[in-house]
Design a protein around this ligand. Structure first.
Ligand SMILES: O=C(O)[C@H](O)[C@H](O)COP(=O)(O)O
Ligand SMILES: [Mg+2]
Length: 296
């Protein structure tokens, strides 16, 4: 079935009437980099006024949920920690609840403060944030296995260094029991008009050097889906996933049995949406901000 294009008031009203909960991806739907997408704050306010539940589900692990609340507020959007579900938080829940990560082990992190803060919030100690100093071949031998490391977690890292990769590679190749987890594996990162290397593209260097395959937490993978479905007790028939990437957001929604709405303000364009045989979005629209016209 061809995705239905939502472009008139009646389409928008019908979408809202059919759903009680809206799951929103962030990069490419709510904002692009640090610029809010026009009309989105007003559209979200309108949904709240109509009693709809909003949940923000981002694969970007660089920011903790508390810091996401501050980013939302700076962009004129009210959101609570409980409404935010990032891949860093999903990783912390997985290590704490599913793995039962040992208190006397630490996690080596390649990634941003979001991962460090979410893991520390559940009592898991982390290393790696200051491994950014340049390295010389002569000092490579100083990078040694560390028996305290029980897992390597990889997330998008805007300060990625050879030193961090060498440390993570050492832990993963010297201890087959050291867990290898990636917060997400998005190929690209949207930023304004263009796209840049995403977490998955950075991750591939470590996968290649270690020949190990990580367990990936974020959309469209099962760990994030299980966490979100259980935490929020979603009714799939009354829930809509709003995203900008077919291979993560829309596939995530389809796996969960949700309606899916693809917006064209991030990675996907109209040709992508109409030509994609799998995943196939239920609906698509130019920008979620267009719904702000409803209450004007
Ligand atoms: O590379 C990444 O980490 C992702 O492109 C990016 O952060 C996606 O974030 P989302 O669109 O899920 O908010
Ligand atoms: Mg996105």
């Amino acid at each position: 079935m061809t995705p239905a294009k939502l472009e008139i008031r009646e389409d928008f009203e019908s979408l809202i009437e059919r759903h009680d909960t809206f799951l929103f991806d962030c990069d490419g739907v709510i904002w692009s980099g640090s610029t809010v997408i026009d009309g989105v704050p007003a559209a979200l306010d309108m949904l709240r006024r109509r009693g709809k539940r909003l949940i923000f589900v981002s694969n970007n692990s660089s920011t903790s949920r508390k810091d996401y609340v501050a980013k939302f507020s700076k962009l004129g959007i009210q959101a609570s920690v409980e409404e935010i579900f990032s891949s860093a938080y999903a990783t912390a829940v997985y290590l704490r609840e599913v793995v039962g990560f040992s208190a006397d082990k630490k996690v080596y992190v390649i990634g941003g403060s979001g991962i460090h803060r979410e893991l520390e919030e559940v009592g898991i100690k982390t290393l790696g944030s200051d491994d950014v100093a340049p390295i010389s071949v002569a000092t490579l031998g100083d990078i040694l296995p560390n028996p305290d490391i029980g897992a390597v977690v990889f997330g998008i890292d805007y300060e990625l260094s050879y030193r961090k990769l060498a440390c993570a590679h050492t832990h993963l190749t010297h201890d087959p029991d050291c867990l290898f987890i990636a917060t997400n594996d998005d190929r690209t990162l949207p930023g304004g008009k263009y796209q840049y290397p995403g977490c998955g593209s950075l991750l591939s260097s470590l996968v290649h050097s270690t020949q190990r395959t990580p367990l990936v937490m974020g959309k469209p993978n099962q760990p994030m889906l299980d966490c979100v479905m259980q935490k929020f007790h979603l009714d799939p028939a009354r829930t809509c996933m709003v995203g900008d990437r077919l291979d993560t957001d829309i596939r995530f929604g389809i796996k969960g049995g949700l309606s899916t709405l693809c917006v064209l303000t991030g990675v996907a364009n109209e040709a992508d949406v109409l030509s994609s045989s799998e995943p196939k979005a239920t609906y698509y629209m130019s920008s979620f901000g267009d719904l702000s016209k409803l209450d004007q």
